[in-house]
Ligand binder design. Structure first.
Ligand SMILES: Nc1ncnc2c1ncn2[C@@H]1O[C@H](COP(=O)(O)OP(=O)(O)OP(=O)(O)O)[C@@H](O)[C@H]1O
Ligand SMILES: [Mg+2]
Length: 251
């Protein structure tokens, strides 16, 4: 077993039978389970309103969990307040509102480092981010709000990485991006994993996400319905019909 694995035998995230919702009388997650192994990329697919974002918010401590368990490297996260998640090693990039538009690229990244509470190593971390995203290095003094959608998404991911997480959660990182940027963002997700991180992704762009993932889940009505290797999901007719579109017929 890996020495860094901790509990749960090398599993970065173990979500078990989670029931959660925004208001007391309405469950959005109704027994959702999933597992992400250390250094895996796992994609969660599912129809609009299935509870994909709610699942990420529940893991991040932003939605009350009524029952079930969420463990990260063996430690229980249920009950840990959202602002403590960074120190536990979890970073979450929500779909919208994930950059400070009036602040420069570099200021956005510095805020990510502030979240970990230590200024030490700031220049090294900035250097690593500009190596990973050279485009951000070129635009480090530019207000984040003036960047293109794809560049803003890179700022959001880089800011999350500045907190030095072990697990990164991305909610629809390719939403609204041109095909070129979709490709860039997903290839960056691969590079991030290769740096040693574990990545959980929610995506509408199922084909592109599964292409860079190890495994995937389909969530429907607040529960995990289908689970499998990414390649198997790409070939699963049920998944194809629902999420991969007519292009499947041409594949
Ligand atoms: N802040 C909120 N307060 C109350 N209900 C919410 C809130 N956010 C989401 N919901 C409800 O929870 C359900 C699941 O929403 P969620 O955003 O998790 O779906 P999703 O799978 O991410 O969908 P999409 O693909 O459209 O992003 C929906 O019925 C939605 O109306
Ligand atoms: Mg969503």
């Amino acid at each position: 077993m890996s020495p860094v694995a901790g509990g749960d035998g090398g599993k970065a995230l173990v979500v078990r039978d989670v029931v959660a919702g925004y208001v007391p009388e309405l469950d959005i997650l109704r027994g959702a389970s999933l597992e992400v192994r250390d250094r895996e990329i796992v994609t969660v697919l599912g129809p609009n309103g299935a509870g994909k974002s709610t699942l990420m918010k529940a893991i991040a401590g932003l939605v009350p969990v009524r029952s079930g368990s969420i463990r990260m490297f063996g430690d229980e996260l249920v009950g840990v307040p959202a602002h403590r998640m960074v120190s536990r090693g979890l970073a979450f990039v929500p779909q919208t509102g994930n950059v400070f538009p009036r602040l420069s690229v570099q200021e956005n990244l510095e805020i990510g480092a502030a979240a970990r509470g230590v200024r030490e190593g700031l220049d090294e971390d900035l250097g690593r981010m500009y190596a990973l995203f050279p485009r951000l290095g070129e635009r480090r003094r530019q207000a984040a709000g003036t960047l293109s959608g794809g560049e803003r998404q890179m700022v959001a991911v880089a800011r999350a990485l500045m907190s030095r997480p072990r697990v990164l959660m991305l909610d629809e990182p390719s939403a609204g991006l041109s095909p070129l940027f979709v490709g860039i963002v997903f290839s960056k997700v691969r590079e991030v994993r290769d740096l040693g991180l574990t990545v959980l992704v929610v995506e509408q762009n199922a084909r592109a996400a599964l292409a860079i993932s190890d495994r995937g889940y389909v969530l429907a009505e607040g529960r995990d319905r289908i689970e499998g290797e990414a390649r198997a999901l790409l070939e699963n007719p049920e998944v194809g019909a629902l999420y991969l579109g007519a292009r499947r017929a041409l594949a």
